[in-house]
Design a protein around this ligand. Sequence first.
Ligand SMILES: NC(=O)c1ccc[n+]([C@@H]2O[C@H](COP(=O)([O-])OP(=O)(O)OC[C@H]3O[C@@H](n4cnc5c(N)ncnc54)[C@H](OP(=O)(O)O)[C@@H]3O)[C@@H](O)[C@H]2O)c1
Length: 250
Amino acid sequence: MSTAVQGKTVLVTGARGGIGQALVKAFLEAGAAQVIAADRSEPAQRSGDPRVRHLVLDVTNAQAAEQAAAACDVDVIVNNAGANGNCGLFEGEADQARREMEVNYFGVLNMARAFAPAMKKKRGGALVQVLSFAALSNIPAMGSYSASKAAARSLTQALRAELGLFGVQVVGVYPRVVDTAMSAHLPIAKTTPEDVAQAVLAALAAGQDEVYPGNAAAAHEAFLRDPAAVERDNAKRLPRSSLAATEVEA
Ligand SMILES: NC(=O)c1ccc[n+]([C@@H]2O[C@H](COP(=O)([O-])OP(=O)(O)OC[C@H]3O[C@@H](n4cnc5c(N)ncnc54)[C@H](OP(=O)(O)O)[C@@H]3O)[C@@H](O)[C@H]2O)c1
């Protein structure tokens, strides 16, 4: 199953975020007829492109997702909205993990439940899930975020199985570290949001189930060779509080 985006209507959630903006631009450049830029509040600046339609949509609100689905005839949904407390399991606010699960897992499920029935009826279309390499192997410095993305990865597999029967393509996207606000505090090599957007377009065109943009490709190869070694390596990426405690005890 492959998806050509030319002449199609694409909806991107979290559209004003770093990767969201790159996705909107890339879909317009690829010839989409309309890009619905969905954000959880009104954008400070509206796009000047007549093909961009702004939509206020909090993906954690199942009813709002249903209303959006009733109002928009969409060919491709990009579940890009994401929340990351960037903290360990014993840091941050008590409900941080719940918030990440609400956006990263239930948000994706809300969107799928709202929009998939029309896609099934049309026997086509695509769901693109912006997951994370952390879905494959937990990074303790963002432990509950990683767990929420692992849940979303499992959900993606179920969606692929169910919707594939109806000709709907489901693509899992597994970036590693991308140069956006979410990872601004990490002083390491980053993939650009534009590279992620191009990888999404290429995966849709090629009918791929999964894509590992930029520096995630080499990380994925290492994971396939030796998942336990990747887990041991990730285990060194500890939250600040644990690192501080170890230094005190040492
Ligand atoms: N940056 C990375 O290193 C990296 C790596 C792997 C995967 N990812 C994933 O890539 C996706 C995009 O992230 P990004 O890097 O572009 O981060 P970002 O710049 O922080 O963008 C995240 C976007 O999600 C939106 N959002 C959060 N909660 C929402 C909700 N309940 N409903 C609708 N929108 C909501 C945010 O809106 P507000 O502005 O209103 O908060 C923001 O527009 C996420 O799924 C993230 O987990 C990022």
